[in-house]
Write a protein that binds this ligand. Structure first.
Ligand SMILES: Cc1cc2nc3c(=O)[nH]c(=O)nc-3n(C[C@H](O)[C@H](O)[C@H](O)COP(=O)(O)OP(=O)(O)OC[C@H]3O[C@@H](n4cnc5c(N)ncnc54)[C@H](O)[C@@H]3O)c2cc1C
Length: 398
């Protein structure tokens, strides 16, 4: 693992930093880098405009191949971009699901027509996407999903309910896993449909979170429509395509995330010094431990990306997910203890401070993207070779 930039990477870093210096100005700079997890609604319209500015300058989708509008950036360049982005306090991105999940899946499974239709608006920051996988009775056990779709002339008709659909209320499209073969069980008979959200058959109800904002939603499909051609991969092969999407969540974004964590840590250390909490031996110990763990997390993430030119391998991805989400949750608790009584202030006319937002939102981080228990199962079974956990009997799953 090499920590220092190569000369080419150093030049790339300077190019990114310079562009950001020149463009994170005015309303974009006023956001102060806000708009991340737990803060998604903050300055949304300005951030949407920023996505277009990024797109016009060729700074969206930089890891995609050049032929699809990307820059074909190497992993180290993507890491550098994410680091400089956070350092410049550039606005929280609104196009991450299109760029990080749907786009790579279209590149892999899409027909030429689907690539022409769906990739350019993602690159341009013009169309936003959401992910319709989870349902009230299908989360960790996703293969239990029951939302169904059937062909009606040259359209799919979709009926059912998704839940926890992040950013659906701000999105134009949703990639939806649904059952297209009546009577099929578990992972068989599913299809991966691309569904426009702005239509009468779709009702989106935002769910208010602990942070008092609404990042995610319930999405109801009642005879919602999409054209017959908007199926990614073959009908009935949705499980395979759906898993491919999940594998595209890889570590480069995590390094940017870790830089945000470092900024949060520095802010907390500053607050601890200011309110005299650094004399408390227990808090000193916890602050030091948090710092050391964050450094280990960064080194482990860098190592997982070394020599990789694709999605992180499943066991490593699980270890990192378990590690960062637990670290951030512990950090949120530490932040509340450092703030002391101040941490307890809330109310209708009170804007939560960043430590409070971190504390509250980090509760969800050990759940989404595969809960801690699911990650431990993967590590136990695939890394340690422990006995496979018994599968539920319901549904007669193969
Ligand atoms: C902030 C946030 C954003 C999200 N965004 C999206 C989105 O955009 N699109 C989308 O489709 N979904 C999204 N989700 C949903 C997320 O994928 C699910 O919450 C997750 O898969 C867990 O499913 P569940 O909530 O149904 O919990 P369940 O699967 O019902 O789990 C409940 C509890 O049981 C445990 N458990 C379940 N199975 C096992 C097992 N086999 N062994 C041991 N323990 C087990 C879990 O760890 C958990 O503690 C989001 C969730 C959150 C919190």
């Amino acid at each position: 693992m090499e920590f220092a930039d190569t000369p080419a990477d150093a030049a790339f870093r300077e190019e990114v930093a310079e562009w950001l210096r020149e463009n994170v100005i005015g309303d974009f700079a006023d956001l102060g880098g806000r708009g991340g997890s737990g803060d998604e609604t903050y300055g949304f319209e300005v951030r949407r405009e920023w996505e277009r500015v990024l797109g016009q300058a060729g700074w969206t989708c930089i890891g995609w191949p050049v032929e699809y509008g990307g820059r074909g950036a190497t992993i180290s360049q993507q890491v550098i971009f994410n680091e400089e982005y956070v350092r410049a306090k550039a606005p929280g991105r609104v196009g991450v699901l299109g760029e990080g999940l749907l786009g790579p899946t279209v590149i892999h499974y899409g027909t030429p027509e689907q690539k022409d239709r769906f990739l350019p608006p993602i690159v341009a920051g013009e169309e936003l996407w959401s992910q319709g996988y989870s349902e009230p009775n299908a989360g960790s056990d996703l293969a239990s999903l029951t939302t169904r779709a059937e062909l009606d002339g040259d359209e799919w008709s979709i009926t059912g309910q998704k839940v926890w659909t992040s950013l659906a209320h701000q999105s134009d499209w949703c990639f939806v896993l649904c059952r297209t073969e009546p009577g099929s069980l578990r992972h068989k008979g599913l299809s991966y449909l691309l569904v426009p959200l702005k239509q009468p058959g779709v009702e989106i109800r935002p769910i208010t979170q602990l942070t008092e904002t609404s990042e995610f939603n319930e999405v109801f499909f009642d005879n919602a429509r999409t054209h017959v051609s908007n199926v990614l991969g073959e009908p009935g092969e949705g499980w395979k395509v759906g898993l491919a999407t999940l594998s595209f969540e890889r570590g480069v974004g995590l390094l940017g995330h870790l830089l945000s964590f470092r900024r949060e840590f520095d802010g907390l250390l500053h607050a601890a010094r200011k309110n005299g909490r650094t004399t408390d031996p227990i808090l000193r110990d916890r602050l030091t431990k948090a710092f050391v763990e964050l450094e280990i997390l960064r080194a482990t993430t860098l190592r997982s990306l070394t020599g990789v030119d694709g999605p992180a391998a499943a066991p490593e991805a699980s270890i990192l997910k378990l590690f960062w989400s637990s670290w951030h949750q512990n950090f949120g608790e530490l932040a509340m203890d450092v703030l002391g009584l101040e941490s307890m202030i809330t109310g209708p006319n009170y804007d939560l401070n960043s430590e409070q937002r971190t504390f509250l939102f980090s509760r969800s981080e050990t759940i989404y993207g595969g809960s801690n228990e699911i990650q431990r199962n993967i590590i136990g079974e695939r890394v340690l070779g422990l006995p496979v956990e018994p599968k539920p009997q319901s549904g007669g799953a193969p």
